[in-house]
Structure formats: structure tokens, C-alpha cells
Design a protein around this ligand. Structure first.
Ligand code: 5AD
Ligand code: SF4
Ligand code: FES
Length: 370
């Protein structure tokens, strides 16, 4: 049993308790939630904000997710795929900016072959001390093992919703191929990856009960990293068109895709997963450009994933429209973030910023002790 820090929360966080917090509107009660989440964040992961350079390596995708602008049927997209040299150039840029890790993200693109990604990981590892996270969708174990052997440290795969009926509706998958993202996450953990997951807040059909179950699943699966952001409708997708209204739950049950609800999910996730790495997501920054990133950092988050993709590719990676920082160079975004982090009295994390579990903190290896 890891030692219990005295800041362990006193809030009721069983299923009913989480539902009640998600629906809470009383400002005084919410202040208590924010304060507890911030204390638990400070006690377990410290004041460092870890920066992960996001490399959007390919906008090709064979999937058909009803929420995502990159889905295979989306037309009129000028799709691209980076070669290994381009991926390395982005990683070197992240390194130059002082970031401790990179995330290579893409649609589910078979054109990013096992060898392509293995080479990219290997060359980044040869030239930099960066931790490498992959976020390339559902892939076979042979690919995942080869990438791990090439040096990949972490893998992100959001399970999107814990409700199997809603999942099948929004993620039809490929004909004849079963999609079990939690099973893939467990297999990746067994391969030695740190694993990350997450959900969108406010997808049509998401109820309070489903969202509370998602949060408890983060805890039950002991996820190392958890990203949550608001669902942002894209007109290129079925869930972004007016007909999607028919898929919404009844008014009292449907979770809104707003900033306040997303912040509650961030705070509750911090409380149930005290030592996880939790990003302040770009989707939240897109909803509230002025304060979204900061509010998440003040209510449980400890990671930001600034984009290091060349500006000419970014507009072609349109999961949803109007993405924050899309026209900023990596340099400008780094300067902007540094100012924002310092203004909160926090600091930029040094090194790869992997998960420090409570029991390994006792060995003194945590950033907390530096
Ligand atoms: N709004 C917000 N997030 C989205 N994602 C995909 N489409 C959208 C959208 N329209 C998220 C999914 C996916 C991650 C890469 O981006 O959760 O896992
Ligand atoms: Fe493809 Fe991922 Fe978008 Fe689904 S969410 S359509 S897998 S890029
Ligand atoms: Fe990206 Fe400000 S956070 S430009």
C-alpha cells in the first residue's frame, strides 16, 4: 500500500458522488472541488508543468469515427504524411525549445508502416534524450512491440466512452474487426509502455452516468496519463451536423460540451488518479482561448502538449475547426506558454516527465524533490 498523503480527498467519489459533483452548480461547493484538486495535484505531482511537443505526423485515416474531421469519408482534405526526416526535424525543434518529450500523433494510417515509425523512434532516440509517446490508434501487437523495441516509451489511446452501445455508435470501426481499446491498453502496459487514455466531454448521447463511469474507469485501470477535452463539433462529420440532435440524450441527462463541465472532469480525474499525468488539452484552450489552459492547470492538470508541427501542415490536420494556437510558430507558442505558466507561480518541467507513482516517490526520484 503506497503511503497516504494527508491531502487525500475527503470528498465522496463513488459513482453517485461523482455524478453529483458533475452536476454541481453552487459556486461555493465548486470552489471546494477546485481547491481539493489543486492541493492533490501539488502534493502528488508538484508544480512542474511538463511540456510535450505534439507532432501531427499524418492526417490519413482509415477509420470512420462520427466525431472526427479526419475520418476516411471526409472529402476536400489535403492529406499529408511526414517522412522520417520531417518527424525528426519536429523532435529537434521540441528539444531546442526545452521540451522533455514528444508525442507522435496521427490518424489510423497504415501508410505509417511498422518500419516507418520504428525508424522515426530510433532516430529521435539517437539524436535526443526525449521521451517518445506514440498516438497512432489501434495497431497490431507486432507493430506495438517493434516500436517499443525501437525505444518508444508511452502510448496514448483514448477509449472515448466506457459505454459499449455509445462507443459502437460513434466509432463504427472497420468491417469484421472488433475494437477493444482497453484490451490494447492492457497489452501495451504488459509490453512496458506507460499508457494514456481519455474521453471527450459532451458527445451526443453521453449521460452523467456514463461520464461518471468513465472517470471511475481511469482509476480502476490505473492509467498513467489521462486527457479529457470538450467535444467540438466539426461540420465535416455526422456528429457536427444538425441531425446529430436526434442522438442526444434527454435534456436532463445529456452532458453539455462546455468548459465548466470539462474542468469538473479534470478536477475529479485528479482526485481519483492523484499521481497521473493530466494535460490541459488543446480542445479546452479552443473553447476558451484566454483562460482555458490556465484554468485546467489550476484545477488538476500538470501537462501541456504544444504543437511543434510545421505551420503549413497544421491546417490540414483538422480534427475540429478553430483549433487554438494553429497559426503560432512553435517558438511563439513556447514563449506564450512560458509566460502563462510563470504567471500561475508554476514552472516548466525538466526532463521526460514520466509518471512518478506514489511508492516510487519515496525513493526520491520525483521532480517534487528537485
Ligand atoms: N472534438 C474534440 N475532440 C475530438 N477528438 C476527435 N474528434 C474530436 C472533436 N470533434 C479527440 C478524440 C481522439 C483525439 C485524438 O481527439 O478523443 O481520441
Ligand atoms: Fe481517425 Fe482518430 Fe479521427 Fe477516429 S479519431 S477518425 S481514428 S483520426
Ligand atoms: Fe500557444 Fe499561446 S499557448 S500561442
Amino acid at each position: 500500500m503506497p503511503f497516504a498523503l494527508e491531502t487525500e480527498t475527503s470528498l465522496n467519489l463513488d459513482h453517485a458522488g461523482i455524478c453529483a459533483w458533475l452536476k454541481e452548480t453552487d459556486p461555493a461547493a465548486l470552489e471546494r472541488l477546485w481547491a481539493e484538486a489543486d492541493q492533490v495535484r501539488a502534493a502528488h505531482v508538484g508544480d512542474a508543468v511538463h511540456l510535450r511537443g505534439l507532432i501531427e505526423a499524418s492526417s490519413h485515416c482509415i477509420q470512420n469515427c462520427l466525431y472526427c474531421g479526419l475520418r476516411a469519408p471526409s472529402e476536400g482534405l489535403d492529406r499529408y504524411r511526414m517522412d522520417v526526416g520531417e518527424i525528426l526535424a519536429c523532435a529537434l525543434e521540441a528539444r531546442r525549445l526545452g521540451y522533455g518529450s514528444v508525442v507522435i500523433q496521427a490518424g489510423e494510417d497504415p501508410g505509417l508502416t511498422r518500419d516507418h515509425i520504428a525508424s522515426a523512434v530510433r532516430i529521435i532516440k539517437q539524436h535526443t534524450p526525449l521521451a517518445v509517446t506514440l498516438s497512432l490508434g489501434e495497431r497490431c501487437d507486432e507493430d506495438l512491440r517493434a516500436w517499443r523495441e525501437a525505444g518508444a516509451d508511452r502510448y496514448l489511446l483514448r477509449f472515448e466512452t466506457s459505454d459499449p452501445v455509445l462507443y459502437r455508435r460513434i466509432h463504427p470501426g472497420l468491417p469484421g474487426v472488433a475494437s477493444d481499446r482497453l484490451a490494447q491498453l492492457e497489452r501495451m502496459r504488459a509490453m512496458g509502455y506507460e499508457i494514456g487514455t481519455g474521453v471527450m466531454v459532451g458527445i451526443p448521447g453521453q449521460t452523467w452516468d456514463i461520464l461518471a463511469a468513465d472517470i471511475l474507469r481511469f482509476r480502476d485501470f490505473d492509467m498513467d496519463m489521462i486527457g479529457v477535452g470538450p467535444f467540438l463539433p466539426s461540420p465535416r462529420t455526422p456528429l457536427g451536423r444538425p441531425e446529430a440532435a436526434a442522438l442526444r440524450a434527454t435534456p436532463g441527462d445529456q452532458v453539455p460540451n462546455d468548459e465548466l463541465t470539462t474542468l469538473k472532469v479534470v478536477a475529479l480525474t485528479r482526485l481519483v488518479c492523484p499521481d497521473a499525468n493530466i494535460p490541459s488539452t488543446t480542445a479546452l484552450a479552443t473553447l476558451d482561448r484566454a483562460h482555458g489552459r490556465e484554468l485546467a492547470l489550476l484545477r488538476g492538470a500538470n501537462v501541456i502538449m504544444p504543437n511543434v508541427t510545421p505551420v503549413e501542415y497544421r491546417a490540414r490536420y483538422e480534427i475540429y475547426p478553430g483549433k487554438a494556437c494553429i497559426h503560432e510558430t512553435a517558438n511563439a507558442c513556447q514563449g506564450c506558454l512560458q509566460g502563462r505558466i510563470q504567471a500561475l507561480g508554476r514552472r516548466m518541467g525538466k526532463g521526460p516527465g514520466g509518471r512518478q507513482k506514489a511508492d516510487s516517490e519515496m525513493s526520491g526520484s520525483s521532480d517534487l524533490h528537485h
